[in-house]
Design a binder for this molecule. Structure first.
Ligand SMILES: Nc1nc2c(ncn2[C@@H]2O[C@H](COP(=O)(O)OP(=O)(O)OP(=O)(O)O)[C@@H](O)[C@H]2O)c(=O)[nH]1
Ligand SMILES: [Mg+2]
Length: 288
């Protein structure tokens, strides 16, 4: 293991948090999975990083919005976890995200990590949780978690965020269906992005008529409406008692349940794969 040992890396990053060490540390955490929680620094981090969850349908402009938010928090150390269940880590879309983030924000204080599907074995929520804990251990001020879509995995991931922003766009079509999904319930703010395009006002009115949540119209590319959102984030970071809420038993239980669900789902997928590739009657029924 040598220099890639998680314990050593945690100690090294605590001494001097360089990007190279941080990258190795995050890889070690992903490799170890929930076993990483045996280290106190991951299980009970002394420093907590404010977690902003950003979710919404594909192409809604989440990454572009994150780049805008990063500009507003250039004085802070910000870690970004981009969870993309549809594309493997080498996929152009994910790399495209990296480029979009970095071109506007080339800055030592920002660290971006993308999570792909890792073959057929799930575990995205688990990885996101553990990486978020690693960003705590590395004393980041803010951790932004981007997920695509509005399904169970997204709700699970957003569950560990301190605040959640749901990004919708006029052309996201089935907005009624999205509004019925669990993501709407856990969102603190709903953002109507691409308000430079037609239909944004009526979408906003439609949302406001259906749910009592604060709705902000923005354009991430035109850079309009972002300041009020950044101000809201700032005050949530300074005023919300998110540190206490983070360690509330209910929240920790939800995290543990999702980790366990991930682990068991991965086992089921592995067993199904073994069955599908079985070369004897005994191995078909997973007998030794
Ligand atoms: N007109 C307009 N286009 C936008 C706006 N925000 C983002 N876009 C464009 O929408 C496209 C998708 O933007 P992304 O930021 O990659 O969207 P995303 O939600 O991160 O996409 P995925 O991660 O792939 O789901 C890009 O071509 C952006 O330039 C906006 O406010 N107005
Ligand atoms: Mg994106």
């Amino acid at each position: 293991m040598g220099g890639d040992d998680l314990g050593e890396l945690l100690a090294a990053v605590a001494r001097e948090p360089s990007s190279a060490k941080l990258g190795k540390l995050l890889s070690a955490v992903e490799r170890e999975g929930p076993r990483a929680l045996r280290f106190e620094e991951i299980l009970m981090p002394k420093h907590l990083s404010f977690r902003i969850g950003i979710t919404g349908p594909p192409g809604a402009g989440k990454s572009t919005l994150i780049a805008q938010i990063l500009k507003r928090f250039s004085q802070k150390r910000v870690g970004v976890i981009a969870v993309d269940p549809t594309s493997p880590i080498t996929n152009g879309a994910v790399l495209g995200d990296r480029i979009r983030y970095t071109e506007s924000t080339l800055n030592q204080n920002i660290f971006i990590r993308s999570l792909g599907t890792r073959g057929s074995l799930g575990g995205l929520a688990a990885h996101a949780y553990l990486l978020a804990r690693a960003f705590d251990a590395c004393k980041f001020d803010i951790t932004i978690i981007e997920t695509v879509g509005v399904g169970q995995v997204e709700v699970d991931v957003m569950n560990v965020a301190d605040v959640v922003i749901l990004v919708l766009v006029p052309e996201s079509g089935d907005s009624i269906q999205i509004m019925k999904s669990g993501v709407t319930e856990i969102a603190d703010v709903i953002v109507v992005n691409k308000s430079d395009r037609p239909g944004a006002d009526s979408l906003r009115r439609e949302i406001e008529a259906q749910i009592e949540k604060s709705v902000l119209s923005i354009s991430a590319t035109e850079n309009t409406g972002i300041d009020p959102l950044a101000e809201w984030l700032n005050s949530a970071m300074n005023e919300l008692n998110w540190r206490e809420m983070r360690v509330a038993p209910k929240k920790l239980q939800a995290e543990a349940v999702a980790l366990k669900r991930d682990e068991i789902e991965a086992e089921i997928k592995k067993a199904i794969h073994q069955i599908e590739t079985a070369d004897s009657l005994k191995s078909l029924f997973l007998l030794k």
